[in-house]
Design a protein around this ligand. Sequence first.
Ligand SMILES: [Zn+2]
Ligand SMILES: [Zn+2]
Length: 242
Amino acid sequence: MTKSAGFYDLRQAFGEPGCALCRLLAQTADSYIDSMLWELVNDPELRQELNQTRGYCREHAWLLVRHGASLGAAIMMKDIIDTLVRVASAGPFDVSSSFSFRQMWQSFNSSQPSAAAQLAADFAPQAPCPVCVKVQSSEGYYLAALRQHLTGLDSLAPAYQASAGLCLPHFRRVLAQTSDRETLTALVEAQKAVWQRLSTELSEFIRKKDHRFQHESYGSEGDSWLRAIEAVVGTPPKGKGG
Ligand SMILES: [Zn+2]
Ligand SMILES: [Zn+2]
């Protein structure tokens, strides 16, 4: 079977700490933000799109804080802030007149959406975060590549088994898409081996916390409790360890 780029990306990521998929998708988000920042200044369509999406979601917007990005971020954020001012100015009522409270009170008591609810909806992103969209499609690609290369000669299974495994959300996602029996077995076996190894390390860590064994220094199990958190929920938000 010819190997796709996804195979090599996954094999490489299995050699690094943490969930391989979390790692690859963080790289996807990172380089996508980079390319957007470069294009931002010259692409009116992209800027228009970012006004509609109100920029990026909370997780991805903070990726803008990076070396050399302040001008691009400022241009994007000014567009968005100006869009918010425009929405505020085009509201369904004139906030400067005295009728607004009464009208709002009336609409609270009717089945119609209130002026306030309408305005809240107008301020909301009108389309999903473009980085989320990109990450989702990249995730689909890597999940398919993983399923495709879990069995047969030169499969990803040994690299998977020797790695920190997939985080539980990614493991469940790939599981849900697996219909082939052999792939399913390889997947569960690899992940189970990872969890068993982690459990042994946690036992060792807990044992050494006992005052009777406190003279023993920590080995690889020293950060097993952190890796266990990551194994269950995925990588920490950027800037929080990991
Ligand atoms: Zn993950
Ligand atoms: Zn996002």
